[in-house]
Design a protein. Sequence first.
Length: 46
Amino acid sequence: MSLPPLPPEFIERDESRAPPGFGMLLAFAVSAVFWTVVLLAATWLR
């Protein structure tokens, strides 16, 4: 049982919606927000 391949329009739309480097930028933003919340929580609970 193998999954059918994705339709071309889905792949093209996904690539056009996310520019090159967008994944790395998103990961950096999520990481920055996460560590900001962690540091604020540590300061608040201290």
